[in-house]
Design a protein around this ligand. Structure first.
Ligand SMILES: [Zn+2]
Ligand SMILES: [Zn+2]
Length: 225
């Protein structure tokens, strides 16, 4: 059984108390997100759903009669999400990413910039959302809808459609820079100070820090919540 959950009904999904529920597809913003594994009694045994366009559903728990009891849903309607890379390795990609980010800066809209070079989880998230094994950068989502890459954005910009699409979205104050991260969107992990290792007193040894990403960074809570 597959249940599709619309943005407005995230808490009432799924239905079916019957044995044999095996998959739940959660859709928050018109994009299929991921499969949730449900056991034979209809109980979700593992559900971490990584979403699109503004994060989405972190975890879904379904009780024995198939009713979602908890679903954290970060709304996406007022969001622009740009997946990009700050790595200069491939010049064309870097320039495309820069160009798209500058177009949005020109509109002064708030953009959720997701740098896959800073955090590979963003790359996984993007590939999962688009259902691809490989994808070029940048990639843009507006209000939960997939828009496309640099060519799509440039074209929309040139004909004036982008301005229309962005109407009503939150605007940044002129000259605003996040005071916590300086717009890097990441800050060094406070748990391990960015070393990725923490000392475990009980076992008298260094262990991998579970709070941060592969670069010893955590997302800035001030501007990326
Ligand atoms: Zn850490
Ligand atoms: Zn910040």
């Amino acid at each position: 059984m597959v249940a599709v959950v619309g943005p407005s009904e995230t808490r009432q999904l799924v239905g079916d108390a019957d044995v044999g529920v095996d998959a739940v597809v959660v859709d928050v913003a018109g994009v299929v997100v991921d499969v949730v594994v449900v056991d034979v009694a209809g109980v979700v045994v593992d559900a971490v759903v990584v979403g699109v366009v503004g994060a989405v559903v972190d975890a879904v728990a379904v009780d024995v009669v198939g009713v979602v009891v908890a679903a954290e849903d970060h709304r996406t309607e007022d969001r622009i999400v740009v997946y990009f890379t700050s790595l200069r390795g491939i010049r064309r990609t870097y320039e495309d990413c820069y160009a798209v980010r500058m177009i949005f800066r020109g509109f002064r809209v708030v953009v959720d910039e997701r740098d896959i070079w800073m955090d590979s989880a963003y790359k996984k998230e993007l590939l999962s959302v688009l259902g691809e094994k490989n994808v070029s950068l940048p990639q843009v989502f507006i209000r939960g809808n997939y828009v496309g890459g640099v060519d799509a954005i440039r074209q929309l910009y040139d004909v004036g459609d982008l301005a229309k699409m962005l109407k009503g979205l939150p605007i940044r104050a002129p000259g605003y820079v996040c005071e916590s991260c300086g717009d890097a969107r990441f800050v060094p992990c406070v748990n391990c100070n960015g070393s990725r290792k923490v000392y475990d007193e009980d076992e008298d040894q260094l262990k991998k820090c579970l709070e941060c990403n592969e670069n010893g960074l955590i997302r800035c809570m001030t501007c990326c919540s």
